[in-house]
Design a protein around this ligand. Structure first.
Ligand code: ADP
Ligand code: MG
Length: 235
């Protein structure tokens, strides 16, 4: 995936001011940055839920920023899950696959496989409101997995979980990552999470990428004082 000079303003407030990034297939990138630094906006632009003022998004050699969200080969997991409360778990997971040419048999098979892997196989007939926060988060992750996307976008997927569940889900994300043949961008507030899961860390602040590199590089050779402070590098 490539981002070329993405710019986005809301009214006269510039949120992204020329963001460029190159990502390898199957790479796991963690986005770090303070609240309001444009991380979620950037994910929404990649997913097609928001239009950039200028710039390009390229996936597998194809420009996708002009395509509708459903044709982008990208799946997003939102911080607040964004499940449909009136639908069962199974329906929530099937929803994004309807009318995409995938057969009902194949949809069912994918849901059963993902739900079993995420240990919610016995919850498929429940409504999201009948589940715990951790289970709902698994449904949201499962809903992304069944799409078989080339790129997963995870917006602070663990931030609503308590400490124990967070640690466990972090391990599961690492396992998931080995199983799926896809690239992952995960926004997180948690430096430790970024350092342990990611191949590459991207630090955002002040409308731009401040630094991108391996966890070792960013931690050991921070590009500026902001990055050093933010990732807690030794002085
Ligand atoms: P982050 O995810 O890094 O916390 P966001 O991308 O959510 O940052 O927001 C970046 C900035 O853009 C914030 O100042 C936010 O208030 C603003 N913003 C985001 N979405 C909108 C919107 N739909 N309308 C107006 N301003 C927005
Ligand atoms: Mg955000």
């Amino acid at each position: 995936m490539e981002l070329h000079e993405i710019r986005k303003s809301y009214g006269n407030v510039t949120v992204l001011d020329g963001v460029s990034l190159t990502m390898e297939a199957r790479e796991f990138i963690a986005f770090l940055g303070p609240s309001g630094s444009g991380k979620s906006t950037l994910l929404r632009i990649i997913a097609g839920l928001e239009t950039p003022d200028s710039g390009e998004v390229v996936l597998d050699g194809r420009r996708i920023d002009t395509l509708p969200p459903g044709q982008r080969d990208v799946a997003m997991v939102f911080q607040h899950y964004a499940l449909y409360p009136h639908m069962s778990v199974r329906e929530n997971m099937a929803f994004g696959l309807r009318n995409t040419g995938v057969s009902e048999t194949e949809i069912s098979a994918r849901i059963d496989q993902a739900a079993t892997a995420l240990e919610i196989g016995d919850q498929l007939d429940k409504k999201p409101g009948q589940m715990s926060g951790g289970q709902r988060q698994r449904v949201a992750i499962g809903r992304a997995i069944v799409k078989n996307p080339a790129l997963f976008l995870l917006d602070e997927p663990l931030s609503n979980l308590d400490a124990a569940l967070r640690t466990r889900t972090r391990v599961e994300l690492a396992q998931l990552r080995k199983r799926v043949d896809a690239a992952v961008i995960m926004v997180t507030h948690d430096q430790a999470e970024a350092m342990t899961l990611a191949d590459k860390i991207v630090v955002m602040n002040d409308r731009r990428i401040q630094q991108s590199g391996s966890p070792m590089e960013v931690y050991g050779r921070p590009a500026n004082a902001f990055v050093a402070r933010f990732v807690g590098s030794p002085p």
